[in-house]
Design a protein around this ligand. Structure first.
Ligand code: NAP
Length: 277
């Protein structure tokens, strides 16, 4: 049973592979338990996904001690004022059936809510012991720096879309320079990497699948944790089995060259920031 190495950032130790759980009814408690039994120790959920109860149930069904599991949840953009924020965190802990999470994120930036107020609420959740670490998602680099400057507690991660079809070189470099982990969402480009000719050709040389090559490419960039989602037990096990081979420098270059216009998956109108490209 492969266990993913942990990545360090401002005191946090984040397991490099986690299971994503977006899509109500898509990922259920049994998938979470399957993932934990397969060696996962990192679970990504959000208030918005509606999967927090399934995550909590899956954790308890797995038999894996709470202290070994790194759970992340998120506060939605409509709840970033201090009072709404605190109520959202309480609701998440109730839904999970936990008295703390390991990581709490702002899910998306929201331009009409003062960032200082939101960062204050995020830091308070940490100081109140409701989360061990904090971070943000879907912030561009300028917003990230503003958040770091305004937050009374250190951020440990930026969660952002990251996969071979999207050039995130600037964001990866920005995380590395700030001592942050980039948590890669849609690491399989929401399944689009399946059947990719270049990934398949590289995979054949190592006896690995397109998904494993795509995830290994993220792993070898050293500051990236990835949270692939699957509701299939074999693919759940496959997605963490990426620590027994090494891509060559030429492989890494060829995979990076797969980035393309239109590669981005999550780009909600009216909410997405001006992305760093
Ligand atoms: N912060 C944010 O705004 C944000 C946005 C998007 C996502 N996320 C997080 O990131 C997680 C992952 O992103 P995502 O779910 O959108 O996309 P993803 O993980 O890139 O792709 C999921 C898709 O890939 C398929 N798949 C999984 N493993 C595979 C394999 N080994 N071979 C072939 N296909 C495979 C899955 O199908 P099967 O189930 O059939 O395997 C599913 O259709 C989410 O669940 C969520 O936790 C965060």
């Amino acid at each position: 049973m492969p266990l993913a190495p942990k990545l360090a950032a401002h005191g946090a130790q984040i397991p490099a592979i986690g299971i994503g759980t977006s899509g109500l009814g898509y990922v259920r408690a049994e998938h979470v338990a399957t993932a934990l039994k397969a060696g996962y120790r990192h679970i990504d959920t959000a208030r918005k996904y509606g999967t927090e109860p399934a995550v909590g149930d899956g954790m308890r069904a797995s038999g894996v001690p709470r202290s070994e599991i790194f759970v992340c949840t998120k506060v939605s953009h409509e709840n970033l004022h201090a009072g709404d924020f605190a109520r959202s965190v309480d609701a998440s802990l109730k839904a999970l059936g936990l008295d703390y999470v390991d990581l709490l994120l702002v899910h998306w930036p929201e331009k009409n809510t003062p960032l200082a107020e939101t960062m204050g609420a995020l830091a308070k959740a940490k100081r109140d012991g409701l989360t061990r670490y904090i971070g943000v998602a879907n912030f561009n680099i300028a917003m990230l720096d503003e958040a770091i400057a305004l937050c009374p507690e250190p951020l440990v991660t930026l969660q952002a879309e990251c996969h071979p079809y999207l050039d995130q070189s600037k964001v990866i470099a920005a995380c590395r320079a700030r001592g942050l982990i980039l948590t890669a969402y849609c690491p399989l480009a929401r399944g689009r990497i399946q059947g990719d000719a270049v990934l398949a050709e590289i995979g054949r040389r190592y006896g690995k699948t397109c998904a494993q090559v795509a995830l290994r490419w993220l792993m070898q960039q050293s500051v990236i944790a990835a949270i692939p989602r699957s509701s299939n037990a074999a693919r759940i096990a496959e997605n963490i089995d990426v620590f027994d081979f090494e891509l060559s420098d030429d492989d890494m270059r060829r995979i990076k060259a797969l980035a393309r216009p239109g590669g981005r998956t999550a780009n909600p109108a009216g909410r997405a920031p001006v992305w760093d490209v």
